[in-house]
Design a protein around this ligand. Structure first.
Ligand SMILES: Nc1ncnc2c1ncn2[C@@H]1O[C@H](COP(=O)(O)OP(=O)(O)OP(=O)(O)O)[C@@H](O)[C@H]1O
Ligand SMILES: [Mg+2]
Length: 235
């Protein structure tokens, strides 16, 4: 479904990604692992189109999209939940979710005005806090809001950048359950950037390990010793 071939990317003269090959098929859960600063966020931005490709190709259903703008990629069904969440703090939970609804409209002739119920089934707390400002939610609730907003756009692929970072364990578990449901029941493909190896491992069908902007290992989680991958991540 999504395929990266020899993708390189740079900030000015400093190259961050080197010849990255990566693929995700429909409904699959894939973890992208790596230490701080290796280029994980840059890779997600490059897939989403907020960071440009220097060389190589990104294709979606065999169409090369490397030169397409981010909003066009969103229309193909790519959704991105940035690190640090990127919700609108001054808008209420409801308004934040309606921004997702607005983004969905026009795609494939869809016209929708309300927030779909499955978002509240996944994250009941969002229903309780509909009128509260995004900025007044806890970190974990903001993360749930950010994921909820991305799901409103009915993505085919969800790109998630460290959704458990700095979040209390009880909410991490809720997010974990919700993402498993989204992946297994709703059939949405997920590319998860994660430093919390246990979560990534319990969740993902396949993994990729990045080091200094290159993919140095990848495979099926079921066929790999988790601790061996852990050694790539510990400092
Ligand atoms: N806007 C930018 N301009 C210049 N360099 C940047 C920019 N954003 C990131 N970098 C550099 O690119 C490299 C990769 O950063 P990136 O944020 O992609 O890493 P990461 O793996 O997501 O790290 P973390 O685990 O800390 O989130 C780092 O050396 C970083 O300093
Ligand atoms: Mg990052």
């Amino acid at each position: 479904m999504l395929k990266l071939e020899k993708v390189s990317s740079a900030y000015g003269a400093s190259q961050v990604l080197w010849d990255v090959d990566l693929d995700i098929t429909q409904g699959e859960a894939v973890a992208l692992l790596g230490r701080n600063g290796v280029g994980k966020t840059t890779l997600l931005k490059t897939i989403m189109g907020v960071q440009s490709v220097k060389s190589g190709f990104i294709s979606y259903d065999n169409v090369v999209i490397s030169k397409h703008a981010a909003h066009r990629r969103a229309q193909y069904g790519l959704a991105y939940v940035p690190q640090g969440r990127g919700i609108f703090p001054q808008l209420t939970v409801e308004e934040n979710l309606l921004m997702g609804v607005a983004a969905l409209n026009g795609r494939d002739g869809i016209s929708e005005k309300t927030i779909p119920d499955y978002v509240f089934e996944l994250f009941p707390v969002l229903k309780e806090m509909l009128k509260r400002k995004g900025g007044n939610l806890s970190g974990g609730q903001q993360q749930q809001l950010a994921i909820g907003r991305a799901l409103v756009t009915r993505p085919k692929i969800l790109l998630l950048d460290e959704p458990t970072e700095g979040i209390q364990p009880s909410i991490v578990m809720q997010i974990e359950e919700a993402l498993k449901h989204v992946s297994k029941e709703l059939g949405v493909a997920i590319l998860l950037v994660e430093q919390y190896l246990d979560f990534a491992w319990s969740f993902a069908d396949r993994y990729f390990v990045m080091q200094r902007g290159r993919i140095i290992d990848h495979g099926a989680t079921a066929e790999k010793d988790k601790d061996e991958v852990g050694r790539f991540l510990s400092v």
